[in-house]
Structures are given as structure tokens and as C-alpha cells.
Design a protein around this ligand. Structure first.
Ligand code: NAP
Length: 527
């Protein structure tokens, strides 16, 4: 008999064990089994109908302000259980405390932000989109666009790297909009998501059916979607392709948001010199991005674009700082970077480095670094690796393959136009960061690169201590990116509510539109 605990799913308003095959989650450092998950045998149709009908109706009966208060109550529940989340993250995600915080506290912060934002929408039950517009000569007949919460469920299929933040950054705007949530976390790290949902359900702070969790296989989930449901996916481009081509999306117009992989860049101003403030800020940020969560961040810097004459200096400065990073068991004193999420992920990163090395030179070799309290053969710990290319315009793979770990490639450019062109070779990314002391360069580069990035993050000496980090996703700023980044949009303050609302034009007399505009409506969203 298998003694590893089986985590129950919460669906149709009750806790349910899956039957049949269960996947085992492991400690990526020690290799020990932790818990098992299974969605086999669940009545998904019943669960989706329950969420849609019971959860949706209960949420829609509330105003935005009341739902914002629910988010505030969820924040309190999660804060009360933070220690348990850190423990799970150390054991299942292999992260050191600071990296667990990015996920756990980042998720709670995002929820809290939407609780505050939602308050400002007060008693409203739908949103006005823009001003009234006259339809013709008659000034009394006008059109008013409104946004109404969709009467379906929001299915979230999430990636392994953010089991907490990945849930709450999506659930906060969905619940605030009045749309019930069914979360399917990535199997490798499903424990933390399941535990957080369990705490919220046990606390009874949300209406029954507002939040459900299905752990284990995704089989059959997409088949449940109906035209007014929405699906939000975060994960690899390959799985994203399956989601996009599913009949629910392709034929029934189920609204779909995709956050996929991305070859994000960091660009150093051509006017920078060795040791200048911009140079120093770039080096610091690159090292941070390569090592936070062992580089398992969709926003992490993968390509570092520097002037050719600074290539060697940048290689040396980054390598020197990478050499200081202690890697190993996250429980051990002094360890700054923990493990990758699984042995499978480690092998995938090793394979990816080998692929990039067909084009790149090796500037800092992580495989030579000794691990702290972790067996290099059996743990998923892996030190950072810096690659380089002096003529990256000639490279292909370096602009195409995302290695989802502590790996980045330094690239040289000769002039500004070439730098912009290299960055565009990523075919659409989540974020680019700029390092410069010149506001004019920042403005020029931002306007040049904004169309192919969801976010442009400029780091100059005046914001060196206040800037929020290249890879940190803040709820008030847009997250997502065009092209290979998936084409999705999340967060961005109240803009996020747009995905969970339907826009409709109401054409009527001024008297009717007066009734429509007050008191049930609120302005405030520009989706
Ligand atoms: P993945 O393998 O694509 O898995 C993502 C999710 O899809 C998991 O929950 C997975 O479940 C599920 N899934 C797998 N096959 C499916 C199918 N046929 N139908 C429906 N769902 C299916 O991605 P991952 O390895 O977890 O995540 C790493 C990738 O995510 C990286 O490429 C990274 O860049 C990207 N990412 C992007 C963002 C962003 O915001 N843009 C954020 C984080 C990560 P199982 O785990 O059970 O297989």
C-alpha cells in the first residue's frame, strides 16, 4: 500500500479523492516522495456546472466592493498560514526563503492590491466603458458601452514555477469580477496551490463554488468549457498550442489568455562605460535574474545585450558575481540559490545549455561549482551558467530556445539599431530592461521596443534603489507579451477585469442611459 498522502481535490463544493493513477510529488533536493495527486475519476461536468451555477450566482449577487472585501478576507487567511506555505515551498519547490517569498508573498500582495482597487468600485455591479456617444442627429439617442461579468467559470491551467502567485494573480481579478475559479496547478508543485485553496475553503470566507482545485492530470478539463467560460493558461508554447487549438477555443469562442515562454532581454546603453553606474546596475540585475528561483521565472533575463567594447568587461563582472553565489540545499545556512523544481527540469536545462553551446561560447561554467549539502547526481541543484556570443546577429538558436533555468547569454552589438534588431529576434517577449543614465536614450529605446514587449523596465541611477526589478511582476503594471510570449495580457491594475467581462453597446434614450449609469455602474476600467 502506498503511504504517501493523497491530496484531495475540491470540486462541486466537496473534497474528493481522485481514483486510479496518482502522480507523486518529490523533494527536488533529497528525492523523497512528499504527497500524491490524482484527478482520475472526478465528475468534471458536475464540478464545472456547480461552479458556474452556484459559485457564479453567489458572486454575482455581490457588488464589486463586497467582492473586494472577500479578497481581503482571503489575504487574512493566507497570512495566518504563511509558515506552512514556506515549509511546503522549501520541500516541494526547493527554493530558499527569499525565492519562496517572491511566490508566496507576491501572491498575497497581489490579492491585497486587488482588494484595495476593488473597494474603489463600490456598490457597482457592472462597469461603464467610456462616455456616451451620440448616434446621429437626435441628441437623445446615444450609445453607452458597458462591461458585464461573464456568466461562466474561469479555468486556470498554471505552470510549475509559481504555485502561489500564479493562482492569486489570476484569481484576484476573476473573483473581483464575480467569476468563479477552477484552478489546475502544474503537477510538480501542486501541493502549495492545493494547500492555499484548502485553507481558504476551510475558513469559509468565499461562497461555495467560487473556488475549486483539481490536481493531477488535465485530461478532460478543456472539454468542459462552454461559450461564456474563459481559460487562462500559463506554461510552455507547446502546451499553449494545444489549448489554442482545442474546439472550445477554436470553435466555441471560449475566451483564452496565454502566457507562454519568452526570451527577455537586458540592454546596456551604447554610451555606458566599464564601471559606470549603468554598467554596474546591469551586472547586478543580470545576476539577480539568473539566480532568483534558479532562473525559473518566465520574465527572467535570457539575453544580455551590451556594446561590443564592453563584452569582455561585462563577462568578467557577471562571472565574478555568479562565482559568489552559493548553491545547494535551501535548508542549509548561507545557501543563496536552491534547486530547480525537479530532476526532469534539471535534465531539460542541461539539454538546453548543450543546444545553446552549438552557437555560444561558455563564459561561466556552472557545472564546475561545488554544491552545498546537495548531491550533484541526485539533487536538482544546478549553479548558474553564462554563455556568450560576439556576433549574435549570426546566431539562431540563441534567439529561439528558452532554457528555463539559471542560464543567460551575453551578446555584443555595434550600434543602437543592431541592438534593437537583436532584441526583436525574440519574436515578442514579456519584458525588456534598459540600463542607462540618459533619459533620452531610455525614451527612444522604450518607444522603439514597446510594440514587441508587454513591459519595458528602465533602470537608471535615480531609481536604482526604488526600481521594482526586471523580473518582478507588479499588479499595477501589465504582464504578458505579444508573439511567442503568448499574446496574453494580465494584471495592469483594473485592466485585468476586462478579461472576465463582456463588452456590450447599449443604444437607448438619454433617460434610459441615465438609469443604466447609476447607481449600479462604475467607471474605472480600460480593458
Ligand atoms: P507546461 O508543461 O506547458 O505545463 C503547464 C500546465 O499545462 C501544467 O499545469 C500542465 O499540467 C498543463 N498541461 C500539460 N499538458 C496539457 C494538456 N494537453 N492540456 C491542458 N493542460 C496541459 O509548462 P511548465 O513546464 O509547467 O512551465 C514552464 C513554462 O511556462 C516555461 O516555458 C515558462 O516560460 C512558461 N511560463 C510562462 C509564464 C508567463 O507568465 N508568461 C509564467 C510562468 C511560466 P501538468 O503539470 O500536470 O503536466
Amino acid at each position: 500500500m502506498n503511504t504517501t498522502p493523497l491530496l484531495p481535490n475540491f470540486l462541486a463544493g466537496r473534497w474528493q479523492d481522485g481514483h486510479g493513477h496518482a502522480a507523486t510529488l518529490h523533494d527536488p533536493v533529497l528525492g523523497t516522495p512528499l504527497v500524491r495527486v490524482s484527478s482520475a475519476g472526478l465528475d468534471l461536468a458536475e464540478g464545472f456546472a456547480f461552479a458556474r451555477e452556484r459559485g457564479g450566482a453567489a458572486l454575482r449577487a455581490l457588488s464589486y466592493g463586497q467582492r473586494a472585501a472577500l479578497l481581503g478576507a482571503v489575504v487574512k487567511v493566507l497570512q495566518a498560514n504563511r509558515d506552512a506555505y514556506y515549509d511546503i515551498a522549501t520541500r516541494n519547490c526547493g527554493t530558499v526563503k527569499n525565492d519562496s517569498a517572491v511566490d508566496i508573498d507576491g501572491g498575497i500582495f497581489t490579492l491585497g492590491y486587488y482588494a484595495k482597487q476593488g473597494e474603489s468600485l463600490g456598490d457597482a455591479r457592472y462597469l461603464l466603458d467610456g462616455e456616451r456617444i451620440r448616434m446621429g442627429k437626435d441628441p437623445l439617442f446615444q450609445t453607452q458601452h458597458i462591461l458585464s461579468p461573464t456568466r461562466g467559470v474561469a479555468l486556470f491551467i498554471n505552470a510549475f514555477n509559481f504555485p502561489s502567485w500564479g493562482l492569486w494573480e489570476k484569481a484576484a481579478p476573476a473573483l473581483l469580477s464575480g467569476v468563479p475559479v477552477i484552478i489546475k496547478p502544474a503537477t510538480a508543485t501542486a501541493w502549495l496551490t492545493q494547500r492555499m485553496v484548502k485553507d481558504v475553503i476551510d475558513a469559509g470566507v468565499l461562497p461555495v463554488g467560487a473556488l475549486s482545485v483539481v490536481c493531477g492530470s488535465s485530461a478532460g478539463l478543456m472539454d468542459q468549457l462552454q461559450p461564456f467560460d474563459v481559460v487562462s493558461f500559463t506554461g510552455s508554447a507547446q502546451t499553449a498550442g494545444l489549448i489554442r487549438s482545442h474546439p472550445a477555443v477554436a470553435e466555441d469562442s471560449v475566451r483564452c489568455n496565454i502566457e507562454a515562454d519568452s526570451l527577455n532581454s537586458a540592454l546596456l546603453d551604447p554610451a555606458a562605460t566599464e564601471g559606470s553606474e549603468a554598467f554596474t546596475l546591469l551586472v547586478k540585475e543580470v545576476v539577480r535574474e539568473m539566480t532568483v528561483k534558479s532562473g525559473q521565472k518566465c520574465t527572467a533575463i535570457r539575453r544580455i545585450i551590451v556594446p561590443l567594447e564592453l563584452f569582455d568587461a561585462a563577462a568578467q563582472a557577471i562571472s565574478a558575481q555568479l562565482a559568489q553565489v552559493t548553491v545547494g540545499n535551501p535548508r542549509s545556512e548561507g545557501v543563496r540559490m536552491g534547486a530547480l523544481v525537479s530532476m526532469e527540469q534539471k535534465h531539460s536545462v542541461q539539454h538546453g545549455i548543450a543546444e545553446l553551446l552549438h552557437e555560444a561560447e561558455l563564459l561561466f561554467d556552472g557545472s564546475e561549482v561545488a554544491l552545498v549539502d546537495a548531491d550533484p547526481a541526485t539533487s536538482a541543484c544546478m549553479a548558474p551558467t553564462l554563455l556568450g556570443h560576439r556576433d549574435p546577429g549570426q546566431a539562431t538558436v540563441l534567439h529561439e530556445v528558452e532554457v528555463f533555468g539559471p542560464v543567460a547569454t551575453l551578446m555584443a552589438y555595434e550600434d543602437e539599431d543592431e541592438a534593437f534588431e537583436l532584441i526583436r529576434r525574440g519574436q515578442g517577449s514579456l519584458v525588456v530592461s534598459l540600463y542607462s543614465e540618459d533619459p533620452a536614450f531610455i525614451a527612444r529605446a522604450a518607444s522603439e521596443l514597446a510594440d514587441c514587449h508587454g513591459r519595458v523596465h528602465a533602470i537608471s541611477p535615480d531609481v536604482a534603489t526604488s526600481q521594482t526589478g526586471h523580473g518582478n511582476v507588479m499588479p499595477m503594471s501589465l504582464h504578458g507579451g505579444p508573439g511567442r510570449a503568448g499574446g496574453g495580457e494580465e494584471l495592469g491594475g483594473l485592466r485585468a477585469l476586462g478579461f472576465y467581462h463582456r463588452r456590450s453597446a447599449v443604444q437607448a434614450s438619454s433617460a434610459a442611459l441615465d438609469m443604466l449609469s447609476s447607481p449600479s455602474a462604475a467607471f474605472g476600467v480600460t480593458p
